[in-house]
Design a protein around this ligand. Structure first.
Ligand code: FAD
Length: 403
């Protein structure tokens, strides 16, 4: 619908989406108002072996759908854990702290869309923001702004739960025996009938088809090589895509002196995103936890700070300036998550301002053998979120089983 979002300002885009009654995620998907890849009817007909590389939301969704079709598959995951960028901390607070994906950017129906089973009742608690009574302020002016201006419309917080909990409860049980952990893939040779996949450690695997479900930055970094090399169009799209750095932190305070959201108008908008927000919003907790979310240049500013103590002091001085010196005396402790230093993520996600035609190339399959599933490999109408990753997996599996 909107193919050249780069010529549209954020406010214009917000207005169009609002008129259409569509949510706009704060940190993603300025590439479109519409949902992506929304067909989860899976035809059968393919009966070979599939290897899925990566056990994040996309890889897990793909495996789950293959399992439902009784198709033989294995998921090769580099880390000793699954989840990827929906990693969650369960020790800092008395509710789960999402170190990566935190909000549900679309309607709750996405849960049933992924599970694709009418007999399953989804018991995941989320809450929308009270956009009338909650307060968002503009960091530059200190003035109150609407949630729409802050980028939040129907976005929801998970309550005592997380995206990881959703996958853990409804998807993981059907695929747990098929995940091979500590298996970092380094080469994919699709020159012959059977695709040969190997790891740095010398393990090799064979399959008829492969679903690549690793973050785009992993392909940009050359961690996985392809034989034969991917087409020029695909290689150019991978190399030219702008992936934002990512950094989050959570601060516990003895007092809640901050509003629900403090929005930053980053200029130019395509250079990144930043906000402080009430991370304990809607939770049944006595703890006061403030979140810091940053991507792109704002994230790099935090990442470049030499020590954790210096980082803490930097943030406290930012907050003291915003909130009349209330941060430092109320500070208790903090944790942080630098996504750039995670060896199998290396960044946050594809820029919200990427060209949709480039994203569309990223999502295309190769030679009826390689399929791409994940938040960057979509049809170009939505990207950089868990729901976009899951929907791209649905599309990849649909495509794979009919070819
Ligand atoms: C700071 C931050 C905030 C975010 N906030 C939100 C949000 O609020 N809402 C939202 O919807 N989304 C959010 N996202 C985006 C969301 O986390 C991603 O869109 C989603 O996790 C993408 O899923 P994926 O399966 O494509 O990739 P990932 O989650 O990255 O999973 C990829 C998997 O592949 C594995 N892997 C990588 N390389 C290899 C290899 N060589 N061999 C084998 N395995 C490999 C990784 O270990 C990982 O398990 C956020 C992300 C970040 C970083």
């Amino acid at each position: 619908m909107i193919s050249k979002i780069k010529i549209m300002t954020r406010k214009e885009f917000v207005k169009i989406c609002t008129l259409l009654g569509i949510s706009i995620p704060f940190q993603s998907v300025l590439g479109s108002c519409s949902s992506d890849d929304n067909n989860n009817t899976i035809p059968t007909g393919f009966s070979g072996k599939v290897l899925i590389i990566g056990a994040g939301p996309a890889g897990m969704t793909a495996g789950y759908l293959l399992a439902k079709r009784s198709i033989d598959f294995e998921i090769l995951e580099a880390l000793p854990t699954h989840g990827g960028r929906i990693k969650t901390n369960t020790t800092f607070a008395d509710f789960p702290i999402p170190l990566g994906a935190e909000w549900l950017h679309v309607n709750r129906n996405i849960f049933s869309e992924i599970v694709d089973d009418d007999s399953v009742t989804i018991d995941i608690n989320t809450t929308p923001y009270d956009t009338i009574n909650d307060i968002a302020i503009d960091s530059a002016t200190g003035q109150q702004i609407t949630f729409e201006e802050a980028g939040f419309t129907i976005d929801q917080k998970f309550i005592d739960s997380s995206w990881l909990d959703f996958f853990q409860t409804y998807i993981f049980p059907d695929i747990r025996s098929r995940i091979r952990y500590n298996t970092p893939v380094s080469t994919i040779d699709y020159s012959g009938d059977q695709i040969k996949v190997s790891t740095n450690g010398g393990q090799t695997f064979e399959a008829d088809k492969v679903i690549v479900a690793v973050p785009l930055k992993i392909l940009q970094s050359g961690i996985i090589t392809f034989t034969p090399t991917l087409s020029n169009a695909k290689t150019d799209a991978i190399e030219n895509a702008h992936v934002w750095s990512g950094f989050k932190a959570f601060f516990e305070f003895s007092n809640k002196f901050y509003p629900t959201i403090v929005g930053y108008d980053i200029m130019p908008a395509a250079s990144g995103q930043k906000m402080f927000y009430d991370a304990a919003y809607g939770q049944n907790t006595p703890q006061h936890i403030l979140g810091l979310f940053s991507t792109g240049l704002p994230a790099e500013t935090y990442i470049s700070i030499a020590s954790d103590d210096a980082f803490r002091d930097f943030v406290l001085s930012e907050l003291d300036a915003l909130f009349n010196n209330q941060a430092t005396p109320n500070y208790i402790r903090h944790i942080s998550q630098n996504w750039n230093e995670e060896p199998y993520a290396r960044a946050a996600y594809l820029s919200a301002y990427e060209d949709s035609t480039l994203v569309n190339v990223l999502g295309k399959s190769v030679s009826d053998k390689l399929y791409f599933a994940g938040d960057s490999y979509t049809t170009g109408s939505d990207w950089s979120s868990v729901h976009a990753a899951a929907r791209s997996a649905i599309r990849a599996v649909n495509e794979l089983v009919i070819k």
